[in-house]
Ligand binder design. Structure first.
Ligand code: NI
Length: 191
């Protein structure tokens, strides 16, 4: 399966609300091919997740996976998960400040507010409905990918434009302090 081109901020397919997937066709070769392409493209780019519309497929599905990730060395692991027609619910008002990047937003990072306790639901690639809670720093990853399906990129959620930062400046001046804050969150919440 091919690694696909990742659309960049400003592309209309990233800005539109993505369409529901017909659940009856989840196991079709077409949808399974979309999923394989998302996984291959995410891994090739060292992404922590990718939404279908980032590779030009205007439907509501995304995947997340975090292992040893050179883009985000402080992120706790997340096993490969595919969610189709996902929903996302906040379980509390607890929030944290996340510094995020995006494969569709070249060389810029910024700080956004994310909920700490969420419930995520959706279909997996076998068409089984799944629902689970995510608590802690990792909750931000799911919210970021879910936002893509509604045409929302992280810069739209940045409340302080002074937090915009290049990847190299983040690495040199901010990553150590941020990684320590992430470590405290992971210690407290387990993810
Ligand atoms: Ni993104």
């Amino acid at each position: 399966m091919p690694v696909r081109e990742i659309l960049q901020i400003g592309h209309p397919t990233l800005a539109d609300r993505a369409l529901e997937v017909d659940v009856d066709v989840i196991q079709s070769p077409e949808v399974q091919g979309w999923i394989d392409d998302m996984i291959d493209t995410m891994r090739d780019a060292n992404g922590a997740g990718i939404a279908a519309n980032q590779i030009g497929i205007p439907y509501r599905l995304y995947c997340v996976e975090v292992g040893d990730n050179p883009r985000y060395p402080y992120k706790p692991p997340i096993p490969l998960t595919i969610l189709i027609n996902p929903s996302l619910k906040f379980l509390s008002d607890n929030t944290f400040e996340a510094n995020e990047g995006c494969l569709s937003v070249p060389n810029i990072r910024g700080t956004v507010t994310r909920h700490l306790e969420i419930m995520v639901s959706g279909y997996d690639r076998e068409g089984q409905y799944q629902s689970f809670d995510v608590r802690g720093y990792s909750a931000g990853t799911w919210q970021h990918e879910h936002d893509h399906l509604d045409g929302i990129l992280f810069p739209h959620r940045v409340t302080d434009p002074r937090s915009f930062c290049s990847w190299s400046a983040f690495s040199e001046f901010h990553q150590a302090e941020f990684a320590e804050r992430v470590r405290r969150l992971v210690d407290k919440w387990g993810a």
